[in-house]
Write a protein that binds this ligand. Structure first.
Ligand SMILES: [Zn+2]
Length: 287
């Protein structure tokens, strides 16, 4: 069995920490570099349900997309949920490693996995990384559907390709509008609206879109918007990441066993549809 330090070196070759944003916190959060690793679990969020799953899986290493600690901390006491995660991991000999914006930027990266999940042929990054002469790394991806379809059909296709969440997908734009070219960005993508508009695509699939940026983007004209659950847009990366570590493991004869978390850790747990506003009465006043 490989040592944790060997596996971490492999993960850092796939997603070099230097590719992460300045504000990010990636890499090893806890774990003994000399410990042996046989089983690895990939997940989006380092939360209690996922740690329980790691224990049940017999994992020696948990790799998550989201950091446990993004800002500095002075305590890992088990009085808070983050400290409890650290304690539970250490007590069960499970290491935690984070690949966040370095995995976003990679080729293939988080948005490639999202594009693949909804059946797009990727043509390039939405925001190319100037440090990549090949022009393949970067944030978001631009892709093409195999044939034009209505916005409503694209939304159904995206919903079918992503894991189910309570909130599902929201669509902004005429559902009958034909779409063919698509920009995607796993996670919160409303900071990339200008790039999406410049790319001239028909529709933008991302998560966490807020009223004002979405409203302004709609008023400014195409593209249409499809807003999915943040967790759902990044979960496909876990499968991609597990496959990539499997390839490394095979090359080295490590016989690692990789697993992908089935826990839905999107924070939204239910959805209720409100009734439409009534038609105005004959007096013109709403009922
Ligand atoms: Zn995210």
């Amino acid at each position: 069995m490989p040592k944790l330090s060997d596996v971490i070196a492999a993960l850092e070759a796939l997603w070099p920490p230097a590719w992460a944003e300045q504000w990010d916190a990636v890499g090893l959060v806890c774990g003994d570099p000399d410990a042996e690793v046989g089983r690895v679990l990939f997940a989006v969020d380092p939360v209690r349900e996922v740690v329980d799953e790691a224990i049940a899986t017999g994992a020696d290493l948990l790799v998550t997309h989201h950091p446990l600690y993004l800002r500095g901390t002075t305590t890992v006491a088990a009085t808070g949920f983050k400290g409890r995660v650290v304690h539970t991991l250490i007590r069960n000999d499970i290491a935690l490693h984070v690949a966040h914006t370095n995995a976003d930027r990679a080729d293939p990266g988080v948005s490639d996995a999202l594009a693949e999940a909804v059946g797009l042929r990727v043509t390039g990054p939405l925001v190319p990384d100037p440090a990549d002469p090949a022009g393949r790394r970067g944030l978001g991806r631009i892709g093409e559907l195999p044939e034009p379809m209505s916005l409503a059909d694209f939304a159904r296709r995206a919903a079918a390709g992503l894991p189910a969440t309570a909130t599902g997908l929201r669509v902004a734009g005429d559902p009958g509008r034909p779409v063919r070219t698509v920009a995607v960005c796993g996670g919160s993508g409303d900071s990339l609206f200008d790039d999406v508009r410049r790319a001239g695509v028909d529709v933008y699939l991302t998560a966490d879109l807020r009223h004002h940026p979405a409203s302004e983007a709609q008023q400014a004209g195409p593209p249409a918007l499809v807003d999915a659950a943040h967790w759902a847009t990044e979960w496909p990366w876990c499968e991609q990441a597990a496959r990539r570590l499997d390839e490394v493991s095979e090359r080295h004869g490590w016989a690692l066993r990789t697993f992908v978390s089935r826990a839905v850790t999107d924070p939204w747990t239910a959805h209720a549809q409100a009734l439409p506003l009534d038609e105005p009465t004959t007096s013109g006043a709403p009922r």
